[in-house]
Design a protein around this ligand. Structure first.
Ligand code: PEP
Ligand code: MG
Length: 898
C-alpha cells in the first residue's frame, strides 16, 4: 500500500483524479507538476494514513511512514540542491493539511520547518541575508509553537502569547511595524519565544529537524479533529472518516527582500463571478501575511489597484508609491502568472483560487483549487463557462450547488431606503448581500441578538461558528482575500472588510468612526456589494431573479423530468411559489387558515360544542371563510393542481390554555369558565402526535370533513363560473388503514355530489391520501385501489418510523449527531436506508394495483437536494417544498435526471 506520493520536477506519482486519496491540494499539486507549472517539490501523505493514525496512534504510524518519508525527502533534496538537517545548506519545509474538499483555514500549517540555532546561521550565510534568516526562524517558532505545541491565548481577551512578546518589544523599541525590527531584535524574539515555550510546556523547543517534521505531520492529523474543522464539517456535511492528507513541500520564500513577494489570486471574481483575473499580494512577505489581514495587501492587476484606491480614498500618487499593482512593478512575472492562471482555468474548466510566491525574481505556484464563491458568482460563472464553450449544458448545470441558490433569494436593500441611509464608512465589498443587525464584538457572542453583525479587527478560523450565526461581518483590517472575506463568500454571508476608518476597542466593546461611538447592541447595516457601512437599520426588498439565474432555471426545466410543487397555505405564498416556478401546490395545510382572529373563535366554538347540531352551526360560520381561502388559492394557481389537506392537528392546539383567554372565551360563548376548563382538560393528550389527529378527526367528527369538502368544491365551481380553471386535489391525512380512507372518501364524494346538484354544474377533482404512518406504506396496494394519489408526509413518516417525536427530538439529536450515532438529522435529510425504503415500497406496491397512481412527497425533505435525488430515483412524480426552496429543488431535480 502506497502511503506517500511525490510531486515536483523529478518524480510525480499522483494526479488531479486522486482527490480522495491525496486530498484536493495534493492532487492538484501533482497535476500542476505534470502540466509543467513550477511547483516547489514535495510529497503527500495520503488521507488513509489519517484514518490509520486515528486507529493506531502516533508511534505506529510514524513506523509505517518512516522509510517512504525519508526517500521522499531525499527527492526534494535532489531537486532543490539542499539537505534536510544540514547546517550549511539547509532544506526547509512547509507542512500543510489538505482534505478532499478545501476547508480554508480550518486545519493547521507549519512553515520554515527545519530551522534551529545552527541552521539559521547557514541560511543567513547562504542567502547573504541575515535579517531574512532570523525573521524566518522567529516565524517558525511562532507557528510551530502555536500549532504543534499548543501555545494559544488562554482566554478570548488574552493576546496570542507570541504576539504579546512582539508587542512588548515594539513598545520598548518605540517602533510600530515588524519590518522595523533589527536583526538583534529578531534574535531576542527567538530566545524569548523559546523561553515562553519552555515555561508553558515544560519542554525545550525541538531542535532536531526530524523531530520537528514528525511533530508537524501529527499535528496536521490532529487538526482534522480540532473544533474548527469539526464545526466546518458539520455545516458543510463533510464526513469525519474522510481524513486529511498532509503535504510536505520545499519552502520558497516571499520574504527574501524586495524582489520577493507572495499572493493569492482568482481567475474570476469570486463575489460577482465577473470574468476578471484578480488578487492581492505583498512584497517581502510570507503567505500568511496576506490572508491574516495584518498588513494591507496590494492588488495584482492595474485595474484592480485603481478600483481599490478609489474605495480606499487614496490618490494616484500615494497609490503608486505605497500600493502599486504587481502588473506595474513586476510586469514580466505578472505576465507569467497571467499565463498560468489562464492555463489552469482552461485545464480545470472552473474558476481557480491560486497561491503563489516570488522568491528573488522566480515565480512559484503553491496551490490551485476550484475557488469558493458566492451563490451569485456560482450562477454567473456556470453560465459564462457554458457560453465560452468550456462546459456543455449538463456540465454547467452540475456545477450548481442547489443549496447555494438560497443566497440569491434573500432580500437586498431597498434602493429608496438606501438613498436616505447614512453612510458612516466605506470598506471593501468582500461578500455581497444586505445585512442589518446589532453590533457584537466577539464571535462567541454572535447569538446575543437575533440579528447580529460581527465587528472585528480581523477574523480568524476560530471565529467560524460566530460568523455563521451572524447576519453580517465587518472587519477593520484585511483585504478581499482575508480570512473573513474568503470564509464569508463561502458561506454566502454579507461581509465588508478592510474598513480602515473603524477604531475598535474589544475591552470597552465600542466601535468609533469619525469620533462617533457605537456600542454593543447598536444597529448598523452592511452592503456587501458596495462596501458601504450604514448607521441604523435599512429596509430591504425581495431581489429580482433575472439574468443568469433565470437561465439556470430554464436549463433545469430542460432536463428535469420530475415536477416541483410547493407547500403553501396562503395565496401570497402560492404566488411566490408560482413566481419561483412551482407547477402546483403539493400541500396546503388548512389548519393554518383557522388561526386568524375572526376564525379562531368560530373554530373554538366548533370544538367546544357538545352536540352535533352545535358543531354544525359553528362549521356553518367557518364555511364561507374557508371557501374564500380556497377561491384565492385556486385563483393564484389557476390552471395548476392544488392539493388541499383536510384538518390534521389535534384539536387541543386550537383551545386556549391560559386562564385569562379561557375566561374571555367563556364570556364570548356565553358558557361557564368551568365548561371551558373541562373541555380543555378533556382534549389533553399524553401523546398528541399519536393521538386524536389527522383523519381520526374527520372520522370522529365527519361534519368537519363535510364542511371542508364543500368549501373546496364550491370555491372551484364559483371560479369556474368566472372562467377560471382550478384543479383541486383533496388529501386525507394520517391514514393507516384502508377503511379510514374509504370512510373519508365517501363523505367527500357524497358532499361533492350534493354541491354539484345545488350548482347544477360539475367539475373534475381528485381524492388521495398522505402516506405518513408506516402501516399505510405497508398497505399501499390496498389503499391505492381507492386513492388517486399518494403524498408521502416524510415528516410524520420519519417520526413514526424512527419513533422520534418531532417535538422532542431536539433533546437528543444534537448529541447523536455529535457522536456520529446518526449521520444527519433525519428530519432534514431523508433517511434513505430506512424511511426511504418505506417510500420506495409504498410507491411500488401502490402502482401494482393502480398504474395511474400519482405519487409525491411533501415533507420538509422535498426541498433537500440529496432527498430530491432519491425521490427521482424512486420514480416519484413530484416533490413539494416551501416556496423559497422551489428553485433549489428544480436544480436538484434536473441534476438527478442528468
Ligand atoms: C408530513 O408529515 O410530512 C407533512 C407534510 O405533514 P405535517 O408536517 O403537516 O405533519
Ligand atoms: Mg404530517
Amino acid at each position: 500500500k502506497n502511503r506517500v506520493y511525490s510531486f515536483g520536477d523529478k518524480k510525480t506519482d499522483g494526479n488531479s483524479e486522486m482527490k480522495n486519496l491525496l486530498g484536493g491540494k495534493g492532487a492538484n499539486l501533482a497535476e500542476m507538476s505534470k502540466l509543467g507549472i513550477p511547483v516547489p517539490p514535495g510529497f503527500t501523505i495520503t488521507t488513509e494514513v489519517c484514518t490509520e493514525y486515528n486507529d493506531l496512534g502516533r508511534d505506529a504510524v510514524i513506523g509505517l511512514l518512516q522509510e517512504d518519508v525519508a526517500k521522499s525527502v531525499e527527492n526534494i533534496e535532489k531537486s532543490m540542491g539542499t539537505s534536510f538537517g544540514d547546517n550549511e545548506n539547509p532544506l526547509l519545509l512547509s507542512v500543510r493539511s489538505g482534505a478532499r474538499v478545501s476547508m480554508p483555514g480550518m486545519m493547521d500549517t507549519v512553515l520554515n520547518l527545519g530551522l534551529n540555532d545552527d541552521s539559521v546561521l547557514g541560511l543567513a550565510k547562504k542567502t547573504d541575508n541575515e535579517r531574512f534568516a532570523w525573521d524566518s526562524y522567529r516565524r517558525f517558532i511562532q507557528m510551530y509553537g502555536s500549532v504543534v505545541l499548543g501555545m494559544k491565548p488562554e482566554t478570548k481577551e488574552d493576546e496570542d502569547p507570541f504576539e504579546e512578546i512582539i508587542d512588548h518589544l515594539k513598545e520598548k523599541r518605540h517602533i510600530q511595524h515588524d519590518t522595523q525590527f533589527t536583526i538583534q531584535d529578531l534574535q531576542d524574539l527567538v530566545y524569548d519565544f523559546k523561553d515562553a515555550v519552555k515555561k508553558r510546556t515544560g519542554h525545550d523547543f525541538p531542535t532536531d529537524p526530524w523531530d520537528q517534521l514528525w511533530g508537524a505531520i501529527i499535528a496536521v492529523f490532529n487538526s482534522w479533529n480540532g473544533d474548527r474543522a469539526k464545526y466546518y464539517r458539520k455545516i458543510n456535511g463533510i464526513p469525519a472518516d474522510w481524513g486529511t492528507a498532509v503535504n510536505v513541500q520545499a519552502m520558497v520564500f516571499g520574504n527574501m527582500g524586495d524582489s520577493s513577494a507572495t499572493g493569492v489570486c482568482f481567475t474570476r471574481d469570486a463575489a460577482t463571478g465577473a470574468n476578471e483575473f484578480n488578487g492581492e499580494y505583498l512584497v517581502n512577505a510570507q503567505g500568511e501575511d496576506v490572508v491574516a489581514g495584518v498588513r494591507t495587501p496590494q492588488q495584482i492587476t492595474h485595474l484592480g489597484s485603481i478600483r481599490w484606491a478609489q474605495l480606499a480614498q487614496i490618490d494616484e500618487e500615494e497609490r503608486l508609491k505605497d500600493y502599486p499593482s504587481l502588473e506595474e512593478i513586476m510586469p514580466e512575472l505578472y505576465a507569467e502568472l497571467f499565463g498560468y492562471q489562464e492555463l489552469l482555468e482552461k485545464h480545470y474548466r472552473d474558476m481557480q483560487d491560486m497561491e503563489f510566491t516570488i522568491q528573488d525574481g522566480k515565480l512559484w505556484i503553491l496551490q490551485t483549487r476550484n475557488g469558493k464563491r458566492t451563490g451569485a458568482a456560482m450562477v454567473k460563472i456556470g453560465m459564462d463557462l457554458l457560453k465560452e464553450g468550456l462546459l456543455d449544458e449538463k456540465e454547467a448545470l452540475m456545477k450548481i450547488e442547489p443549496n447555494k441558490l438560497d443566497e440569491l433569494l434573500h432580500p437586498v436593500f431597498d434602493p429608496k431606503a438606501l438613498k436616505r441611509a447614512h453612510v458612516i464608512a466605506q470598506g471593501l465589498p468582500a461578500s455581497p448581500g444586505a445585512a442589518t443587525g446589532q453590533i457584537v464584538f466577539f464571535a462567541d457572542e454572535a447569538n446575543k441578538f437575533k440579528n447580529a453583525i460581527l465587528v472585528r479587527m480581523e477574523t480568524s478560523p476560530e471565529d467560524l461558528e460566530g460568523m455563521n450565526l451572524a447576519k453580517g461581518i465587518l472587519t477593520a483590517r484585511g483585504g478581499m482575500t482575508s480570512h473573513a472575506a474568503v470564509v464569508a463568500r463561502g458561506m454566502g454571508k454579507c461581509c465588508v472588510s478592510g474598513v480602515g476608518a473603524l477604531k475598535i476597542s474589544y475591552k470597552k466593546r465600542t466601535l468609533t468612526v469619525d469620533g462617533k461611538v457605537y456600542h454593543e447592541g447598536d444597529w448598523i447595516s452592511l452592503n456587501g456589494s458596495t462596501g458601504n457601512v450604514f448607521e441604523g437599520k435599512v429596509a430591504t426588498i425581495q431581489p429580482e431573479l433575472a439574468g443568469e439565474f433565470a437561465e439556470i432555471m430554464a436549463l433545469s426545466d430542460k432536463f428535469m423530468t420530475m415536477e416541483v410543487r410547493a407547500n403553501a397555505d396562503t395565496p401570497k405564498d402560492a404566488k411566490v411559489a408560482r413566481s419561483f416556478g412551482a407547477t402546483g401546490i403539493g400541500l396546503a395545510r388548512t389548519e393554518h387558515m383557522f388561526f386568524e382572529m375572526d376564525r379562531i373563535k368560530a373554530m373554538r366554538e366548533m370544538i367546544l360544542a357538545s352536540t352535533v347540531k352545535g358543531r354544525k352551526a359553528a362549521l356553518e360560520e367557518l364555511l364561507p371563510m374557508q371557501r374564500k381561502d380556497f377561491e384565492e388559492m385556486f385563483e393564484a394557481m389557476q390552471g395548476l393542481p392544488v392539493t388541499v389537506r383536510l384538518l390534521d392537528p389535534p384539536l387541543h392546539e386550537f383551545v386556549p390554555h391560559q386562564l385569562a383567554t379561557q375566561k374571555e372565551l367563556a364570556e364570548d360563548l356565553h358558557i361557564s369558565l368551568e365548561a371551558v376548563k373541562s373541555k380543555v382538560a378533556e382534549l389533553e393528550e399524553f401523546n398528541p402526535m399519536l393521538g386524536h389527529r389527522g383523519c381520526r378527526l374527520g372520522n370522529t367528527y365527519p361534519e368537519i370533513t363535510e364542511m371542508q369538502a364543500r368549501a373546496i368544491i364550491e370555491a372551484a365551481l364559483n371560479l369556474k363560473a368566472k372562467g377560471i380553471v382550478s384543479k383541486p386535489e383533496i388529501m386525507v391525512p394520517l391514514v393507516g388503514t384502508v377503511s379510514e380512507y374509504v370512510e373519508q372518501e365517501k363523505i367527500i364524494r357524497e358532499t361533492a355530489e350534493t354541491v354539484f346538484k345545488e350548482y347544477e354544474d360539475t367539475l373534475e377533482f381528485k381524492i388521495g391520501t398522505m402516506i405518513e404512518v408506516p402501516r399505510a406504506a405497508l398497505m399501499a396496494e390496498e389503499i391505492a385501489k381507492r386513492a388517486e394519489f399518494f403524498s408521502f408526509g416524510t415528516n410524520d413518516l420519519t417520526q413514526m418510523t424512527f419513533g422520534y417525536s418531532r417535538d422532542d427530538a431536539s433533546k437528543f439529536l444534537p448529541v447523536y449527531l455529535e457522536k456520529g450515532i446518526l449521520p444527519a438529522d433525519p428530519f432534514e435529510v431523508l433517511d434513505q436506508n430506512g424511511v426511504g425504503q418505506l417510500v420506495k415500497m409504498g410507491t411500488n406496491r401502490g402502482r401494482e394495483t393502480n398504474s395511474k397512481l400519482k405519487v409525491g412527497i411533501c415533507g420538509e425533505h422535498g426541498g433537500e437536494p440529496t432527498s430530491v435525488e432519491f425521490c427521482y430515483k424512486t420514480g416519484i412524480n413530484y416533490v413539494s417544498c416551501s416556496p423559497f426552496r422551489v428553485p433549489i429543488a428544480r436544480v436538484a431535480a434536473a441534476q438527478a435526471a442528468i
